[in-house]
Design a protein around this ligand. Structure first.
Ligand code: CU
Length: 122
């Protein structure tokens, strides 16, 4: 995942968030509101590109999980297309402190990609 400034700064600044390896036909660039991600409801803005070109019409899913606890979020994020390859996911609800992995999935026709963001909340 290619993280834009706000999350990238969080990674550089305190090491509490990190992206895992990109895989597939698309690249994800993610920003959040609030930034950095916090306890409770967050909004993710996800820019999906393929070879630098924005990808509209993709099916995008966002899946927050706590691997150490074996559970997901209390709410399912709804993803809305904004145009220009941008998508908004809300609510991305991180309802307890700890280690979260937010899965990102996109498909369009025969193309697909998976990625994730790791966050440690105190
Ligand atoms: Cu938990």
């Amino acid at each position: 995942v290619r993280l834009l400034c706000s999350i990238a700064l969080l990674i550089a600044g305190c090491g509490e968030a990190a992206s895992t390896g990109a895989g597939g036909d698309f690249t994800f660039a993610v920003t959040s509101d609030p930034s950095p991600l916090g306890l409770g409801r967050n909004t993710l803005y996800i820019e999906v590109t393929a070879d630098g070109a924005p990808v509209d019409g993709a099916q995008v899913e966002v899946d927050p999980e706590m691997p150490a606890h074996g559970h997901g979020s209390t709410e399912s994020p709804q993803v809305e297309a904004l145009g220009g390859g941008r998508y908004r996911a809300f609510p991305v609800t991180l309802h307890m402190p700890g280690h979260w992995v937010i899965g990102l999935h996109a498909t369009k026709g025969d193309l697909a990609a998976d990625d994730s963001i790791e966050v440690r909340l105190r």
